[in-house]
Design a protein around this ligand. Structure first.
Ligand SMILES: [Zn+2]
Length: 250
């Protein structure tokens, strides 16, 4: 008799876990967009989420990918972006934290994540998490092997209303060790009269964040995570404006 050890999701993640733009760029900044996509394989029925509007902003960072693409184009910088929704597995969380595969997001329960067996959890890790982070590690390795400088910059967006509270903040620069680099970016954005702050609206937690502490701080590299309020990224023109603010500062 065969043991049922296979993942119920076998074969669902046949498409690549990530997309890589300008792989061979010489520019020191490596752009990373972990929450770029809201794609969930149709067979998973949106993980049981029903409200389209809520699903849309919890499934991805609205506007983050287009901003990251624009920055990549402007700087000629490499961009690594995810092809699957963070609701399947959050690429900016280490595997051991409870919201790696989130059972809920804000106030929304995520039924499709709540009774996963170990095989399915591991399958998502193998198909989605490891390819992304292995690739990021290899990109950094290749640059360091050539004695080239590397700065690791995550591009994210946040919602204008969180748990019912409007947010006045327009952008945040999240950092752990790279205080000087982060401060230069904060100061540069503030010169455009933007409402910007360091380590808001979130803080980097070295134990429960991934990209900044592991690929940046953990390797002695300058690394920040940029957060832009997503209502400010709704038109191509707005995205171009934010890219123009950020590009000279990274
Ligand atoms: Zn994000």
């Amino acid at each position: 008799m065969r043991e049922s050890i296979e993942s119920a999701e076998a074969g669902l993640y046949a498409g690549p876990a990530y997309r890589l733009l300008r792989e061979d760029s010489e520019y020191p900044v490596l752009l990373v967009c972990e929450h770029a996509s809201r794609f969930i394989p149709p067979a998973l029925n949106d993980l049981g989420l029903d409200e389209t509007a809520s699903r849309e902003h919890i499934a991805w960072d609205i506007g983050a990918l287009v901003l990251a693409e624009r920055l990549s184009e402007t700087l000629g910088a490499t961009l690594l972006s995810a092809n699957y929704s963070r609701l399947l597995i959050d690429l900016n969380r280490p595997l051991h934290v409870p919201d790696s595969i989130p059972p809920q997001s804000e106030i929304y329960q995520i039924p499709g994540n709540q009774s996963l067996n170990a095989a399915t959890r591991e399958y998502r890790q193998q198909c989605l998490f490891h390819p992304f982070h292995d690739r990021l590690r290899a990109l950094i390795d290749a640059r360091l092997a050539d004695n080239r400088p590397v700065r690791v910059v995550g591009i994210h967006s946040f919602t204008p209303v969180f748990y019912g509270q409007p947010r006045a903040l327009e952008a945040g620069v999240l950092f752990g060790e790279a205080r000087g680099y982060a401060q230069r970016i904060v100061d540069g954005l503030a010169r455009h009269s933007l409402r910007v702050a360091g380590n808001q609206p979130y803080k980097i937690n070295p134990l429960s964040d991934m990209t900044v502490p592991v690929h940046g701080d953990g390797r002695g590299l300058d690394s920040v995570l940029i957060e832009v309020r997503n209502d400010l990224l709704r038109t191509p023109e707005a995205v171009r404006t934010w890219s123009a603010y950020l590009a000279p500062l990274l």
